[in-house]
Design a protein around this ligand. Sequence first.
Ligand SMILES: [Zn+2]
Length: 214
Amino acid sequence: MVQYKKYILGPFQNNSYLIIPENQSGCAIIDPAIGCQKIIADLKKSGLGLSQIWITHAHFDHVAGIETLMNAFGDSIPIYMYPLDLRLWEDGGGIREIGLTVDIRQFPSLPLDDNQILPLGSDRFRVLHTPGHTSGHVVFHCADEKLAFCGDLIFQNSIGRTDLENGNFETIIQSIKTRIFTLPNETRLLCGHGPETTVECEKKGNPYFKNTGG
Ligand SMILES: [Zn+2]
């Protein structure tokens, strides 16, 4: 049974997730944010290695910790991202829009594909392409554990912003309806910010779907 640990990190209160496979072999980190020294310390203390970095989308607050991870574990750790977010990555992940700059030395090394299976130890995650917040946004879904790591697609009673570059309101609504609301009701949604929720809670309570029969 895969385990995970949630860390709330950095000035944007990002949720970064450490995914620990059943056989305790190399872990994955989803969306390493500013301040991921905490995760590094936990990994080193427990003797667990880091084998991969999974990115839900290229906004800078979800990738800003990669440099720190590389410094701790080496440059060869693969970074998985959906290719449609590559331009956003190259543009600094939207950081210039708030008047800051960031140096992103690394580039995603492995392009994700829709419905691709990512094995982690004996566990399996499926990649769900869910555009709307950004065009290359993905969700990592573990059907066996009924877990979905949702990035900035959906939040408790809310959805991701669609007013930024590559955002689209109709598209995000479609992504949630077709890729999230089709998962089992009890599936836990681990969001990129804020508390976790479930498919059932959002179908019933999310105001963006109240009048759509979603
Ligand atoms: Zn975002």
